[in-house]
Design a protein around this ligand. Structure first.
Ligand SMILES: [Zn+2]
Length: 386
């Protein structure tokens, strides 16, 4: 059985686009700060950008909600497949103590088919309104999820925190519409929302269990997590028919093929481990601390109801001063973050319109300005160019 499996893997492990379910680039040197497993719940706000070319790619709100529901099960070890985790691995199952709240959905019709893997001058089109996609919302405080088509065979992709090829405004995850959520256009075998679970794993610095590359047949690399044993293969062949059967051996040990950081069909995935939990939470502390102070309040992005005027920037890019139109008579809270997510300006009592902030307080660059009035928060990208 083991040998048969091995030969099967050798025969099928020739890389091809059709097998490459996950397109994330695994960095070869990734810092893994040591940290004790923390006990507190982290809630990560999600902003979903639907960038559609074909009308069926403009997913329903129900399909988006179904994906958020999957995440809140998978990252809390509440998914039903946990019950079928083989006995030897049962003690390794971890509640990641991470939850997700959906704060905004943007919908953009694009003129670019398969925009998810299109670049222009090195910039990823899906991540820029000016290139046919949609700008990220404040990437230090929100997990941006772009849902759009691609033609490289991958269902999804997630950016590692220290990926040098992914600048802040292109950090997040990219999911194909037919691999997103559990209803609507979600199609088997990727119809249980696990592509998004897996790609958020990468976004939180988790590697594939086999380590680097498409597979690791000679057991030469590792995922830097102790309680996931060395493993050779991705299990991406198990997308039709049955799930793998325990025990399936490689590198001298039984493989945890049901781990979310492998690539079998959605229904065959079920768990993260305590080691992965520690690594992911350490990555949040080290690389994505803005998520820890994030808010689940709904965010209105750009589109305003026609008859209700929201705050607006009078000039963008701004040169001599930042001028804000604050339409309501009461006070606004204004916070400005730089592109790295650092708070660089705050005024809890701004009022009057136009309201001016001198731009010499800031160096030239990209900022995110958060304008709060009561429960309503508006976030706008601000460019300062003097
Ligand atoms: Zn992956």
């Amino acid at each position: 059985m083991q040998r048969w499996l091995f030969l099967l893997f050798m025969a099928l492990s020739v890389p091809s686009f059709s097998q490459q379910r996950c397109a994330s680039r695994q960095p070869f040197t990734t810092a893994s700060p040591a940290a004790a497993e923390s006990r507190s719940l982290i809630t990560i706000p999600l902003v979903v950008h639907i960038v559609w070319y074909e009308p069926e790619e403009n997913l329903s709100d129900a399909q988006i909600q179904s994906q958020a529901a999957v995440l809140n099960q998978d990252f809390r070890a509440l998914n039903s497949e946990i019950a079928s985790v083989p006995g030897p691995f049962a003690g390794d199952v971890a509640d990641m103590e991470i939850e997700f709240c959906l704060v905004a959905v943007t919908r953009t019709q694009t003129s670019f088919p398969n925009i998810a893997n299109l670049y222009s001058g090195g910039r990823r089109r899906a991540c820029h309104t000016s290139l046919g996609g949609h700008d990220a919302l404040d990437p230090e405080h929100y997990l941006n999820v772009w849902v759009s088509a691609r033609n490289d065979g991958a269902c999804g992709e997630g950016t590692f925190p220290d990926d040098p090829q992914a600048p802040a405004e292109e950090q997040g995850i990219f999911i194909r519409p037919d691999c997103f959520g559990t209803t609507g256009t979600a199609a088997a075998p990727f119809n249980l929302g696990r592509t998004t679970t897996h790609e958020i794993g990468h976004y939180l610095n988790l590697k594939h269990l086999w380590g680097e590359g498409l597979e690791d047949p000679f057991c030469q690399s590792d995922d830097m997590v102790e309680d996931t044993e060395e493993q050779a293969y991705s299990y991406s062949e198990f997308i039709g028919g049955n799930c793998p059967v325990h025990p399936s051996f490689s590198c001298g040990t039984a493989d945890m093929f049901m781990n979310f950081m492998n690539l079998p069909a959605d229904r065959c995935m079920s768990m993260f481990t305590h080691g992965q939990k520690a690594r992911a939470r350490a990555a949040i502390q080290a690389f994505r601390p803005g998520l820890l102070e994030a808010s689940c309040l709904p965010v209105a992005i750009e589109a305003e109801p026609a008859n209700e005027e929201g705050p607006a920037l009078l000039y963008n890019p701004a040169s001599a001063e930042i001028a804000l139109l604050l339409p309501r008579k009461d006070k606004y809270e204004i916070a400005i973050f730089d592109a790295a997510g650092r708070l660089v300006f705050r005024n809890p009592n701004a009022f009057g319109t136009p309201h001016y902030i001198p731009s010499e307080l800031f160096i030239n660059g990209i900022y995110y300005i958060k304008i709060r009035n009561g429960r309503k928060i508006h976030v706008k990208k601000l460019i300062i160019a003097r």
